[in-house]
Design a protein around this ligand. Structure first.
Ligand code: GTP
Ligand code: MG
Length: 198
């Protein structure tokens, strides 16, 4: 599959509007600034298809990108402005929660985890929320280039150790860097395989 053929399709501010898209959806979510838009751009070989920004909160709508007629890549708004974990629920109520629970074509939501920092409570809670709501999840570690390999490795394994306490079976996991493109092809190949393509 040629991800380079991805095209912006539409932005949605309400889940009910998503009736005109029928292809399987591969969504990307994570704390604000984790690198969702950068990863989508890296996969699709576009510099600025999904808007990136050093300032958190750039993506505020549900953005659909179609890869020919095969599938949709979905860029979701980031979570995690509030450092206080009890605020988490309120944030999830609304657009993201509705989309994840109601979407008819969601194939998987990739939860992006920053490999440059130690495990964050908010990410673990989000994954647990997905688990309890039967939302199919995958893990994509991002920014594997940012810190020394040893530190990156330790962060990723520590995160998995935490997840292991909750999930019977660990979700499918990828390690990526939008900067060096490490792992990006592997992720793309996996996605293509899910829709029966190479
Ligand atoms: P929101 O839309 O605000 O939720 O953010 P986002 O998750 O889409 O993050 P975005 O792609 O805009 O990237 C945030 C910042 O992280 C930018 O300054 C990027 O250049 C940087 N960044 C993204 N991916 C990588 C990466 O793989 N390595 C490094 N070193 N920096 C990255
Ligand atoms: Mg973004």
């Amino acid at each position: 599959m040629n991800f380079g053929k991805a095209k912006f399709f539409r932005s949605y501010s309400h889940v009910e509007q998503i009736k005109d898209s029928k292809t399987p959806e591969f969504a990307f979510i994570g704390r604000s600034n984790v690198g969702k838009s950068s990863l989508i751009n890296s996969m699709t070989m576009k510099r600025d298809m999904a808007k990136t920004s050093a300032k958190p909160g750039k993506t505020q709508l549900i953005n659909f990108f179609n890869v020919e007629h095969h599938l949709s890549l979905v860029d979701l708004p980031g979570y995690g402005y509030a450092k206080v974990s009890k605020k988490l629920r309120e944030q999830f109520e609304g657009l993201i929660t509705e989309y994840l629970i109601q979407s008819e074509n969601l194939f998987i939501v990739f939860v992006l985890i920053d490999a440059a920092i130690p495990p964050q409570r908010i990410d673990l809670e989000f994954l647990e929320w997905c688990g309890s709501n039967n939302v199919p999840v995958g893990i994509v570690f991002t920014k594997t280039d940012k810190k020394k390999p040893k530190e990156t490795e330790a962060n990723m394994r520590a995160f998995e150790a935490q997840l292991d306490l909750y999930f019977e079976e660990l979700p499918v996991t990828f390690e990526t860097s939008a900067s060096t493109k490490h792992g990006v092809e592997t992720l793309g190949a996996w996605i293509a395989e899910q829709v029966g393509l190479e």
